[in-house]
Design a protein around this ligand. Structure first.
Ligand code: TYM
Length: 363
């Protein structure tokens, strides 16, 4: 779509910068009532397969269809990773991984959360509409308290409020995320309803989005829970993993001696292997192993070898591209500055409306 806008502008002999093209695109999209898209990923480590299939894959498709704001959530990462010595490396790597996966900084706003100062202002206002009792009950808060009992900081409690601020700052409606973020989206909607009740209607009610409809949860290789940046790194496949490590991780995935009766239901850890195969292998490969499973002739060693090779084929080009982009720090800086400019224009326009709606305009 941005390509069409660019072509039209060229036709009218209007020369534009990438920034103004994006703003014109965003305005045009708003005028035809296209929803705004916003999402974020924490730079607490390098990206993994869950981040790709839960979020990034949709980002890449959505950038051609909607005005999009995609953010590296560095402020969120401070709630669990107060040591910032690795932050710059992680930001560079994760940004490079976004670009390697196909995000185009000319099509969407690709920026760092801490570069958009308006976020903190909206976060404060929204915190007055957030109930402590509700925040304490959030499953992610309870998990974090369990994992880091020595660092139960207030930022951890108000994590969903900061996430709501990220989304509402751009008046976004569609939020491409994985299944684990559903609860945060529900809290963002509660905040919107309270804002409208107390002040006036400013925001759309944001919803979690996935092209297939159902939100995705990419399972971990050990059959317990999901792939995650912080838990059990050996059961998570990273977009930065070298080929041999990918093979080792996949070959170590939990299996058993195989089904003993035709068409048996699959145990969770076997279902997970099939799910991973569905994400990266050809449909006829998946079908062959499904048939073998149902006929009780499946050899899990062969299945894992095939899956490992398909994973390598999927991950290696992204890893190599990201490694090359990561070296070009001047380019990354340019992308961050361009993204922050776009995000701040949008944030400033929203904050003007918010302050007026809240009665914070005295002259
Ligand atoms: P984060 O960094 O934990 O994850 C980033 C995105 O990856 C998805 N994801 C998964 N999807 C499927 N299977 C998995 N195993 C898996 N692991 C992670 C997440 O659902 C997410 O979409 N709070 C957010 C970051 C954030 C944000 C926002 C998101 C900050 N502000 C505003 C949306 C809108 C988070 O911790 O993501």
């Amino acid at each position: 779509m941005t390509v069409t806008v660019r072509a039209a502008l060229a036709n009218w002999h209007i020369s534009t910068s990438a920034h103004s093209e994006f703003l014109i695109f965003a305005l045009l999209m708003q005028s035809v009532k296209k929803e705004i898209v916003m999402s974020g990923i924490r730079p607490t480590g390098f990206l993994h397969l869950g981040n790709y299939f839960g979020a990034l894959r949709n980002f890449v498709r959505m950038q051609d269809e909607y005005p999009c704001f995609f953010m590296l959530a560095d402020l969120h990462s401070l709630t669990t990773h107060p040591d910032t010595s690795q932050l710059k490396t992680n930001i560079h790597r994760v940004l490079a991984e976004h670009l390697a996966c196909g995000l185009d900084p000319d099509k969407s706003a690709l920026y760092c959360q801490s570069h958009v100062y308006e976020t903190s202002e909206l976060y404060l206002y929204l915190s007055t509409l957030s109930m402590v009792g509700e925040l304490e009950k959030t499953p992610t808060f309870k998990d974090k308290v369990r994992q880091h009992p020595q660092n139960v900081n207030a930022g951890l409690l108000t994590y969903p409020v900061l996430q709501a601020a990220d989304i509402l700052l751009h008046r976004a409606k569609l939020v491409p995320v994985g299944k684990d973020q559903e609860q945060h989206l529900e809290m963002a909607r509660n905040i919107v309803v309270r804002f409208h009740h107390r002040y006036s209607e400013v925001f759309p009610e944001p919803v979690a989005f996935n092209y297939g409809g159902e939100l995705i949860k990419v399972p971990s290789l050990d059959g317990a829970g999901k792939m995650s940046k912080s838990e059990n790194q050996y059961a998570t496949l990273y977009l930065s993993d070298p080929d041999d490590l990918i093979r080792k991780k996949v070959m170590k995935a939990k299996t058993d001696t195989g089904p003993t009766a035709p068409n048996s239901p699959k145990p969770d850890y076997i279902e997970n292997l099939f799910l991973l195969m569905k994400l990266v292998s050809a449909p006829d490969t998946l079908q062959k192993f499904e048939e073998d499973y149902n006929a009780c002739t499946i050899r899990y060693g062969d299945m894992k070898k095939q899956l490992a090779e398909d994973m390598v084929r999927f991950i290696a080009p992204i890893r190599e591209k990201a490694e090359a982009i990561q070296q070009d720090t001047e380019y990354l800086k340019k992308v961050m500055i361009q993204g922050a400019e776009k995000a701040r224009s949008s944030a400033q326009a929203t904050m003007k409306v918010v302050r007026e709606a809240m009665g914070l305009n005295y002259y």
